[in-house]
Design a binder for this molecule. Structure first.
Ligand code: PRP
Length: 171
């Protein structure tokens, strides 16, 4: 597999994002809402890179991928969003690819009265989502390749890689 982003490159960018987020929120309370499963490693690192003191962490599981293709249909696995109402929300994602997941989820939150929402994504493919969604804090804009590692999977595997690599179907 070809390494796209090394562990060191990711760590450096995560530190910068943590600083940006800290400066943006200051002392204002917010909820970091981690989108499982893919974001769990990024979330653990970005949480520790944020020095702003007043945030809590919450989790929701969304899924739309089977193998290397998006099914186009987003599923939510914990839909109790009452707890988020009235709070500032910072969504933490590993990747915005087509944008389907976050377009759907932002609309879902909106319809349930959760309106103050920002997005932090480690990766985005701007050439694919074409500004369907605004990412407030983005780590890297990557080409339209299927990537694995640092939380990103292929059929549940390879999430544990400490770097991000291009996956070309090899085992
Ligand atoms: C991945 C990723 C994002 C979404 C991005 O989730 O974690 O949530 O796809 O793709 P999109 O912009 O094209 O919607 P996936 O459905 O693979 O679930 P997982 O995080 O549990 O692996």
């Amino acid at each position: 597999m070809k390494t796209l982003l090394s562990a060191e490159t990711i760590a450096q960018r995560v530190r910068e994002l943590g600083k940006d987020i800290s400066e943006s929120y200051g002392d204002t309370p917010f909820i970091m809402l981690v989108i499982l499963k893919g974001s769990f490693i990024f979330a653990a690192d970005i949480a520790r890179a944020i020095t702003a003191p007043n945030f809590t962490m919450d989790f929701v599981r969304l899924s739309s991928y089977a193998g290397t293709s998006s099914t186009g249909k987003v599923a939510i696995h914990n839909d109790d969003v009452e707890r988020l109402k009235g709070s500032k929300i910072l969504i933490v994602e590993d990747i915005v690819d087509t944008g389907n997941t976050l377009v759907w989820f932002k609309e879902y939150l909106n319809q349930n009265g959760v309106t103050d929402v920002k997005i932090c994504s480690l990766l985005e493919k701007s050439s694919v989502h074409q500004n369907r969604i605004t990412i407030d804090f983005c780590g890297f804009d990557i080409p339209d390749k299927f990537v694995v590692g640092y939380g990103l999977d292929v059929d549940g595997k390879l999430r544990q890689l400490p770097y991000i690599a291009e996956y070309k179907g090899e085992s």
